[in-house]
Design a protein around this ligand. Sequence first.
Ligand SMILES: [Zn+2]
Length: 297
Amino acid sequence: MLLQSRAVFALGLRMCSSHVIKGPLMDTARPSSDMSEFRKTFSKAKHIVIITGAGVSAESGVPTFRGENEKWRKWQSQDLATPEAFSRTPSRVWEFYHYRRELLLNKKPSAAHLAIAECEARLKKQGRSVVIITQCTDDLHRQAGSKHILRIHGSLMETRCVSCGHVTVNKRSPICAALKGKGAPGPDVADAQIPVDKLPRCDESDCHGLLRPNVVFFGETLDSHILTKVEKEMEICDLCLVVGASSIVYPAAMFGPRVASRGVPVAEFNTTATPKTEYFTKSKPGGREVTAHRVSP
Ligand SMILES: [Zn+2]
């Protein structure tokens, strides 16, 4: 059964949104919402993996650009966050990411970010570990104080050179002079059509290549170095929490079910049931109060 889940996992290494999983990977126990049982499980766990998604950052006011109502101009992120769109219209894609970077400047960690960071710090003193595997590309987990973070979709505050591949933290605002005041999201705003040589460029000597956001575009392969670390954490964890993750973006959507297939408890904390809820032994749909506090017993 583990081999089956591995196969599904291996097939899911490209980032995409879909509901392709058919049939259970395991003989699941029914989901339970018994919090006293969860607290007992939590108190015994020594190595906890917390998978987080856009839900925790939405609480901080960070838009996801996934729903019909969350468009930037006429587009959703699936239309702009692709290698093809960046190659065809780098100015438009950079305007979109510039807007998203600027939005993050005044965002603060949500109660969920803070509770997770507090959990990591408290358990560390007890010789227990917490690892965050996040789909979020913002910096809010780190700002909240979390130390052990694996960002599987990259970071909005990093750039990568398309010529030399150099990756660096870049928090400049604006990221380049030509993008100053650009990126307004209204549906009638025209593209700035910035010449490609005025877009963010590489600072490495003699390179001057075009920079791109160091995030995983739709259809791209996830960083194998990060995935190797994720694999290890999922193999050794004895409790997994899924917090604010819709469980529809692959491969992250398979992480929880994969841990559950080892017989390890997986607790889901979301505002609604997700396509994967049936795989988990513990599930707690609810509002922001749930997301914020249930990680502490
Ligand atoms: Zn370069």
